[in-house]
Design a protein around this ligand. Structure first.
Ligand code: SF4
Ligand code: SF4
Length: 101
């Protein structure tokens, strides 16, 4: 996980449905991202959709928690074992990734 939600979150909920991994949930005080489920959307998008919809720009990279593209695509595959289209793209090394734009 390299994306985290800061205390600036206003609990609007816009980010939650954008996540293909269901990594975003309403927390006790603000929305939270489960680091074990966030794959920075590698394999699905070449942008960070939660970041894109946040009205207060509080979905931000966590500089203390960086991960490689390989780690992230492997997480995406693990979270979506039945997604054949995703698997084909990964096998062809032709998948969306913010590392490739
Ligand atoms: S970067 Fe992608 S996987 Fe991570 S929390 Fe945001 S929408 Fe979900
Ligand atoms: S979109 Fe931004 S402000 Fe809205 S719930 Fe998500 S992190 Fe919080």
């Amino acid at each position: 996980m390299a994306i985290e939600i800061t205390e600036d979150c206003i609990n609007c909920g816009a980010c939650e449905p954008e996540c293909p991994n269901e990594a975003i949930k309403e927390g006790n005080e603000i929305y939270e991202i489960d680091p074990n489920l966030c794959s920075e959307c590698v394999g699905f998008y070449d942008v960070i959709p939660c970041q894109g919809v946040c009205p207060v720009e509080c979905c931000v990279p966590d500089p203390n928690h960086t991960e490689s593209e390989e780690t992230l695509i492997n997480r995406t595959l693990k979270l979506h074992p039945d997604d054949e289209e995703l698997r084909r793209k990964v096998e062809a090394n032709d998948f969306p990734s913010r590392f490739r734009v």
